[in-house]
Design a protein around this ligand. Structure first.
Ligand SMILES: [Zn+2]
Length: 325
């Protein structure tokens, strides 16, 4: 669709490591990299296979300079397709080493958002990811250190990793601490086919759900999510790759929109999924007859559900009226 590139877009679910350009990774590692080491095939067999593509990019995120420039690399890509606001997420504990503390890591990525805005005019915030396979101590230390920067470049907490192996009931400690610290959170849930994980996340206080694909299986839960205006971060290409959506199964975006669930469309991993926001928009317009007006509704949902401050939200709402002129 010719209008899609010009449409303003927001990406609320974008992993830093999975979205780095190959050129950037090669520069950091000072070696050439085979694209197959960074991109999952479209017929990838599982979330576990998909997750193997993150090893190399994470190895590039081990210095302050690389962390800062990584954020700028993703903002640069976003600018090229008219993304106006980005929430970039990453797992800080994967960059902890002898040289780097949490404070070093946070200051580096926040500097990246500031320099990225100066260079490209794209607003962005950072979401910090606890990892399911990390220890309780690591996840809590990461959260408490990050809370100090809430509103100053860091906007929320997430929980990522192997959802099937480490279900949400194991993380009450994390959700309770986030509530205690008044730290907003979004949780990867319902990517592995278990709607109970979505329910646990919502009851724990999550304002958004990463993926949430299997929500449509549970009518009561759908009703609850609608009543609470829970945001859903859908990532179509990634959801097909990880088999969150099985071949032949209807992609749930149309059902979400028609039911009144606050749905958004996002990339997940620009490089691992070999995608862009424009491609994700094209996919849903082609497969689900999502109309241009509905893409604008999705954009407005993204503004409302974002963890941005009111000043940025007001500027983003203005891009809708400017586009409509
Ligand atoms: Zn994700």
């Amino acid at each position: 669709m010719s209008y899609i590139n010009a449409l303003p877009k927001i990406d609320l679910h974008c992993h830093l490591d999975g979205s780095l350009s190959r050129e950037f990774i090669e520069k950091c590692l000072n070696k050439s990299v085979d694209p197959n080491e960074l991109t999952a095939p479209y017929d990838c067999q599982s979330l576990a296979e998909y997750l193997t593509k993150f090893d190399l990019p994470v190895s590039a995120l081990q210095t302050k300079g690389n962390l800062k420039n990584a954020v700028i690399d993703v903002i640069r890509q976003a600018k090229s397709e008219n993304i106006t606001y980005l929430e970039i997420r990453f797992a800080p504990t994967l960059s902890i080493n002898n040289e780097l503390s949490y404070n070093d890591i946070y200051e580096a990525v926040i500097e990246g958002t500031k320099e990225g805005f100066k260079a490209y005019g794209v607003y962005s915030n950072i979401i910090i990811c606890a990892m399911r396979h990390h220890s309780e101590a690591d996840n809590l230390n990461m959260l408490r250190a990050g809370r100090e920067y809430l509103g100053d470049g860091i906007c929320a907490l997430d929980l990522a990793g192997d959802e099937a192996g480490f279900p949400n009931e194991n993380f009450a400690y994390l959700f309770e601490e986030a509530v205690r610290l008044d730290m907003p959170f979004t949780i990867h849930s319902g990517e592995c086919g278990r709607s109970k994980n979505i329910k646990i996340a919502v009851e724990a206080g999550a304002r958004r759900i990463g993926h949430g694909i299997c929500l449509t299986e549970d009518n009561d839960l759908m009703k609850l999510c609608k009543e609470k205006s829970i945001g859903f971060e859908l990532c179509p290409t990634s959801n097909y790759q990880t088999k969150a959506v099985k071949p032949g199964m209807n992609y749930p975006l149309r059902t979400f929109i028609d039911y009144g669930i606050k749905a958004t469309v996002n990339t997940d991993n620009r490089t691992v999924s070999n995608t862009t926001m424009s491609r994700e928009y094209e996919l849903v317009t082609d497969q689900l007859n999502i109309a241009k007006e509905e893409l604008i509704l999705i954009y407005e949902n993204s503004i409302e559900l974002s963890f941005a401050n009111d000043d940025i939200k007001n500027k983003l709402y203005k891009t809708v009226s400017d586009y409509a002129k």
